[in-house]
Write a protein that binds this ligand. Structure first.
Ligand SMILES: [Zn+2]
Ligand SMILES: [Zn+2]
Length: 736
């Protein structure tokens, strides 16, 4: 019998090993195999009577590490599918999907050979070691080292081996084999009773319930305005799924995976939850895997990576905030988590719910083409109206005269903040740029202070007294003198949350305020959960910050939402810039006035107030935005009408990259199926001291993209020497 084994190394093929006759194994189990002069942990993928590999010697599998399969058939098919679709080595996909499980390390164990008494001629140096082994029979080298010290231990053990008293054996340990099971999640004593559904919710809940009866893959797009109670529909769906004895997978963006969210689920269901987040240890992760595989954990909540949990019987897949770009994984296996959730649900014949207040154009196109059923919630569950949105143009003549050059808050927004504070109401201010200012600029020669490693300006962080590169984390001190012209003429240019905080403290010194962005949170200066909770409980008057404050949170006392510089996301070199801006601002605006009786107020400040994305936010006009954006995508040939792929390459030396770009350009075939755009310099040309180029590949004929990608990669690999680094991305989400 022969086994194909996937090893967590970036190679496209499986490796063939012989299964010794005394060994039995099922596909999906963890195995130890010889690789070169060492041993490596891999996954037994499939078994065959004949070897898939005819050349060379076929070595036997060394050990089966776990009797029960780690990856069931469904999961192995999904991983193969990912490898094919994203053109990634199967080994890399496995390593990305089950990282912790493959970390095994070798341990040496000393075993006493059975001599009943200690020999009389043992030297004193060996006596303590020999005595202890004689009593205990088997001990690992680590235990011995802890007890007797590491110095000279190896020599003494070898000496005992030579005397025939002990043998040394190698064993393999995964970190997860050290724990038996995860702590069961405490089931609350009193469950929250489900609220009464609005008639709109009830209607959609009924359609979801019906879908469960078919036991077929049934995809829904749940489009509900902010505050319309999408979560309650997820809860009902989980109820239906649990009643059938099947399991649920709930994917949320990492940023939304808060203790409050988990508490809401715990308070609703009398079942075991498994919660995957990035801070989970290998041991905890593995324990959850066992519970999910055994069907004990009924509801699995997590970010992207929870996709790869080994469900025994998956009946429901929910992707909340399905438009969120954090579902896209970057790096060696650049998969789209939402899309893979669809594939997973399909393979499991599960009900699928993609939920959002601002669905992605891809999902809306799937509704249009009849692939998904639309569930629409147009009213807020509390009956509250959507808040009115006002647009403020700080560049307008009447406002410009009232503002200083460095002011971020326009007079109307300042006044609204003052009024809210005086009335004891809460305000939230959103600015999607951290730091004090995005650049330090010379007002004499116009030169900005740039990162030495990347082609971007350094962001000024006043509190840290540093200039920091947000791409490579280069840091340097702040100087007053311009390096280009030698004048004392540098000044902080542009907006940042740190500057906004300073301005607010000056304007409203009595306000209780907190800033949430990556700087305050990761430095430990501010606790994210505690701050959100404090704002929820009205212990703060003003909360300001970046995307961290934009999503999913429910603040009952929030009356005013202000958006400072709404165009920060608009001017990205990315065809999704308008869509992202619309989604983000709709989310932020939706935080206001969610309770009945307080309509709330939203003020959007922008230098580009007539942009169609901002106008759509102003009018709560999702349909209008979608129509305009779809038209643009169709005319320009972008997703969801055409698929894209991206080949990126980089080199330390400019000439190497240029030579490769030229060679590649010369050999790109003329194609009727796809259009090659580039290779051209990336918008962010220099990153971490490497020069970067990109080639965008656009489908001309739907469904033909992949036929052209494999030959392209073969060509690129053949042309690239050791100095060129290649990366590629199918359905890319970043274009810089
Ligand atoms: Zn200068
Ligand atoms: Zn940099």
């Amino acid at each position: 019998m022969f086994a194909q084994v996937a090893l967590p190394i970036p190679l496209r093929s499986f490796f063939t090993y012989a299964l010794p006759p005394d060994m039995t194994a099922t596909p999906g189990t963890l195995v130890l195999v010889p690789v070169g002069h060492g041993q490596q942990v891999g996954i037994l993928w499939s078994l065959s009577e004949t070897p898939a590999w005819k050349e060379g010697e076929i070595r036997p599998i060394s050990e089966i590490l776990e009797e029960r399969p780690l990856l069931n058939d469904d999961l192995r098919h999904l991983l193969e599918w990912i490898a094919q679709y994203y053109l990634c080595p199967i080994g890399s996909v496995v390593a990305a999907a089950v990282p912790g499980h493959l970390r095994f390390h070798k341990r040496r164990r000393a075993v006493w050979n059975g001599a009943a008494v200690l020999p009389a001629d043992l030297p004193d140096t060996l006596l303590p070691l020999a005595t202890w082994l004689h009593q205990r029979k088997t001990l690992t080298e680590e235990t011995l080292a802890t007890r007797l010290g590491r110095a000279g231990l190896k020599n003494r053990l070898d000496n005992l081996v030579r005397r025939g008293l002990i043998t040394l054996e190698n064993t393999w340990h995964g970190r997860h084999t050290l724990v038996s099971a995860a702590q069961p999640v405490a089931v609350p004593a009193a469950l929250t009773p489900p609220p009464t559904l609005t008639s709109e919710q009830a209607q959609q809940a009924q359609r979801i319930e019906q879908a469960f009866q078919t036991r077929q893959f049934t995809p829904f797009l749940l489009h509900g305005v902010t505050g319309s109670g999408k979560t309650e529909l997820y809860f009902r769906a989980v109820d239906y799924c649990l009643a059938l004895g099947r399991q649920t997978l709930l994917l949320v963006p990492e940023i939304a995976l808060t203790p409050q969210l988990i508490q809401r689920y715990q308070a609703r269901f009398q079942v075991q939850l498994a919660v995957f987040h990035s801070r989970l240890s290998d041991a905890q992760r593995f324990a959850y895997w066992q519970q999910i595989r055994d069907g004990q954990a009924r509801v699995v909540i997590g970010a992207r990576s929870a996709l790869f949990a080994p469900f025994a019987d998956l009946g429901l897949v929910v992707v909340d905030e399905e438009h969120d770009s954090s579902y896209k994984q970057e790096g060696s296996v650049p998969y789209q988590g939402r899309d893979m959730a669809v594939v997973r649900a399909k393979k499991a014949a599960a009900v699928l719910i993609l939920g959002s207040a601002t669905p992605s154009l891809e999902s809306l196109a799937n509704v249009e083409q009849g692939r998904y059923t639309l569930l629409y919630l147009g009213q807020r569950a509390t009956g509250a109206a959507l808040p009115p949105v006002e647009m403020i143009h700080p560049g307008a003549a009447d406002l410009r005269v009232q503002m200083r050059f460095t002011d971020l808050l326009s007079p109307p927004l300042r006044q609204a903040l003052q009024e809210a504070l005086a009335a004891g109401q809460q305000s939230l201010l959103f600015l999607n740029r951290r730091g004090f200012a995005p650049s330090l600029l010379c007002h004499r020669c116009g030169q900005a202070v740039n990162c030495p490693n990347c082609s971007v300006t350094l962001t000024l962080h006043k509190g840290k007294r540093q200039l920091i590169c947000h791409y490579c984390d280069h840091r340097q001190g702040i100087h007053d003198i311009c390096a280009a012209c030698g004048q004392l003429a540098l000044f902080a240019f542009g907006p940042g949350t740190e500057r906004l905080e300073e301005e607010l403290r000056r304007l409203l010194p009595e306000a209780r305020l907190a800033r949430l962005d990556r700087d305050t949170v990761s430095s430990g200066q501010v606790d994210l959960e505690a701050t959100l909770a404090a704002f929820h409980d009205r212990k703060l008057d003003i909360l300001l910050g970046t995307q961290m404050i934009a999503k999913g949170h429910h603040f009952p006392g929030l009356a005013l939402v202000g958006v400072v510089q709404a165009e920060t996301t608009l001017c990205q070199p990315d065809f999704r810039a308008a869509e992202r801006t619309f989604q983000l601002l709709t989310q932020v605006a939706g935080r206001a006035g969610r309770e009945e009786g307080s309509p709330g107020r939203v003020m959007v400040q922008s230098f580009d107030p007539n942009h169609y994305a901002l106008q759509a936010v102003l009018n709560h006009d999702v349909a209008g935005f979608v129509a305009a954006e779809m038209r643009f995508r169709q005319e320009a040939g972008y997703p969801p009408y055409r698929r894209l792929a991206m080949l990126r390459f980089s080199a330390t030396h400019l000439q190497d990259g240029e030579a490769f770009a030229q060679a590649l350009r010369a050999q790109l075939p003329v194609s009727e199926e796809v259009q090659w755009l580039g290779p051209a310099q990336s918008p962010l040309f220099k990153l971490r001291n490497r020069h970067r180029w990109q080639l965008l590949i656009k489908e001309r004929i739907p469904g033909r993209l992949h036929r052209c990608l494999n030959p392209l990669l073969t060509l690129a690999h053949a042309l690239a020497g050791s100095r060129i680094r290649l990366e590629w991305d199918v359905d890319p989400y970043t274009f810089v």
